[in-house]
Design a protein around this ligand. Structure first.
Ligand code: CU
Length: 171
């Protein structure tokens, strides 16, 4: 069937860009990472986690592009935004937890290579109950604030004010 083949061909890239993964109760979607300037040793990755029928906790993560991956949060301290390592990110049942710039994120430590916009990286998330969930993250340009138009949700606003949202991932 010609038509069927066409539909499959159209859906495959869409599905990979959604980076959908489902493991029991936990769903991970919209995974993306920020491109890094050459020489940067750390990068950041973001995603959404939903727990359908039971609360869970994100307790660890790893990627083949980084020596190790830390779970980070941002806190305001005396008017300054700082990153802080956290042991776990709670995923309450029925809620979608969004890891995004300025909030929770995955810190990719000791990058083995720069992250280039347009490429993809692998992420393995470790949940307390659901265990390991592997996803593919799209690398968005430096300064990107969301998964971009490639996510299929039309989050690309294109008003170009990239001035804020940069919190200086210094370690
Ligand atoms: Cu961080």
């Amino acid at each position: 069937m010609k038509l069927k083949g066409w539909i499959v061909a159209a859906l495959l890239p869409l599905m990979s860009s959604y980076a959908l993964a489902q493991e029991n109760n936990v769903t991970v979607s919209e995974a993306w990472a920020r491109a890094t300037p050459g020489g940067a040793k750390t990068g950041a990755a973001f995603l959404q986690v939903t727990a359908k029928t039971d609360s869970d906790k994100l307790i660890d993560a790893r990627s083949s592009v980084a020596e190790h991956v830390e779970l980070h949060d941002h806190i305001h301290e005396n008017g300054v935004m700082r990153m802080r390592r956290v042991d776990a990110i709670e995923v309450p049942v029925g809620k979608t937890v969004t890891l995004q710039p300025g909030g929770y994120h995955l810190m990719l430590m000791n990058l083995k290579q720069p992250l280039k916009a347009g490429e993809t990286i692998d992420l393995t998330l470790v949940f307390e109950k659901a265990g390991e969930v592997a996803v593919t993250a799209n690398v968005q340009p430096i300064g990107a604030k969301g998964p971009g138009s490639e996510s299929g949700h039309g989050h690309s606003h294109g008003h170009g004010d990239d001035g804020h949202g940069e919190h200086g991932h210094k370690h």
